[in-house]
Design a protein around this ligand. Structure first.
Ligand code: DC
Length: 277
């Protein structure tokens, strides 16, 4: 376990592809730890909304970059604890959640000018608060010294399936094949751009939730954070007297997955201490 200096801000970086459950998971963990949850995707979406509203083609990098001086993006935390996004003083929290904005955000996020424009806003939040921050380049670029880095992923099919169910529940049904297609396009855009592409940081812990339920993923995530930082309550199975009970799903022993994650942490810490692994 790391020794955190007193008064030092703690930052937890969660990166991964679209639809991996970063947002729901990061929000839940932040709430549990009393940390600020920072959804950086929402910041890119806000820029994309302005681009679309201005009639600028998101594929036109020069035109998008020229628009930046007119854009004021501000994350605001209101009494409901939700991160509201303000675009030039207007609350656009709901407007940025359309499939059109999702695709445009993935396009505009590839431009170096846009990334530089938004970098300080993100870093400042981590300087001022304990944060759980999710995105694509948090562990690699925005917070390279984050206390915990997690790369949260799942297969494209599983992510598309979860998203399809969610859209259905929200009364905005879309065919699975369309959702999967969009997801693959965004995966491609996000991981093939020249600047700050989506990739797992060398010191990030991989958490693949393809075969896990939400609650199992949450437990695994919470456990990683506790092992690395000691913040929060010990996970149930670390409390004295806790019964050992392996969790099985789809024939996979998730307890072993958790053990592997712990091994990774130990390997990383040994590396940091200059020990052989
Ligand atoms: O997480 P999201 O789907 O709300 O993000 C929308 C887009 O923003 C995503 O396709 C890529 C971009 N993004 C990024 O490039 N870097 C981040 N840190 C967060 C999001």
């Amino acid at each position: 376990m790391k020794n955190l200096k007193e008064n030092k801000r703690v930052s937890i970086a969660i990166d991964g592809p679209s639809g991996a459950g970063k947002t729901s998971m990061a929000r839940k963990i932040a709430e549990k730890l009393g940390f600020l949850y920072v959804d950086t995707g929402a910041i890119y979406r806000t820029v994309a909304l302005r681009v679309l509203n201005s009639g600028v083609d998101p594929a036109d990098g020069a035109a998008v970059t020229a628009l930046l001086p007119e854009i004021q993006v501000k994350p605001v935390y209101e009494a409901d604890g939700v991160q509201h996004m303000y675009l030039n003083q207007k609350d656009v929290t709901d407007e940025i959640r359309t499939p059109e904005v999702s695709m445009a955000a993935s396009r505009v996020a590839a431009y170096p000018g846009v990334r530089v424009f938004l970098l300080e806003t993100q870093r400042k939040m981590a300087k001022e608060y304990n944060v759980v921050m999710d995105g694509r380049d948090i562990g690699t670029v925005v917070l390279p010294d984050a206390d915990v880095k997690i790369f949260l992923t799942a297969s494209a099919e599983e992510r598309a399936w979860r998203r399809t169910l969610q859209l259905d529940q929200e009364g905005m049904p879309r065919p699975y094949s369309e959702v999967l297609d969009d997801l693959r396009k965004r995966d491609y855009n996000d991981s093939h751009r020249a600047v700050a592409p989506l990739r797992q940081a060398d010191d990030a812990i991989l958490l693949d939730t393809t075969h896990m339920t939400f609650s199992e993923s949450e437990t695994a995530l919470y456990k990683i954070i506790w092992e690395k930082t000691g913040v929060g309550e010990p996970p149930e199975d670390e409390k004295p007297g806790a019964e050992y009970e392996p969790i099985f799903r789809d024939g996979v022993n998730l307890e072993n997955i958790n053990k592997n994650i712990n091994l990774d942490i130990n390997a990383q810490e040994s590396k940091e201490n200059g020990e052989e692994t």
